[in-house]
Design a protein around this ligand. Sequence first.
Ligand code: SME
Length: 148
Amino acid sequence: MDYELLNEQLLAITENVNNNITNYANASALLFNSLEDINWAGFYIANGDVLELGPFQGKVACTVIPKGKGVCGHAYESEKTVVVDNVHNFSGHIACDSASNSEIVIPVFHKKAVVAVLDIDSHKFSRFDDTDRKGLEEFVKILEKTLG
Ligand code: SME
């Protein structure tokens, strides 16, 4: 994956857009249509002790995830990227789509607080390596600059 190009595309479609939902929606569409071997890409929005389903691409997903639960809730609580090579071995994993086998979740910050998480699922095991993590963390940094 050419993350430099992907991140240039994100910048082009989000700069000068001052609506968080608009940018989350287009960011998830860009990811879903650019990354190979993924079956879900989108955002959960932080609301106190829970994450609530936000803009995404893929199959219908669970709507509310408590902080600390599942891969997303773990990333929200720890405020760190979580990469899971085999979700079936991750204690507390929340299976929204039974086709998912690996997953990456990256926290999205605004004013030093986590306001959302980016979640990407794959039907492949160990789909997300260090290059993906770095490229996608850069993707999230670009998105963070657009948030109000
Ligand atoms: N698997 C996630 C739940 C969200 S879906 O994958 C879209 C988790 O364990 O947090």
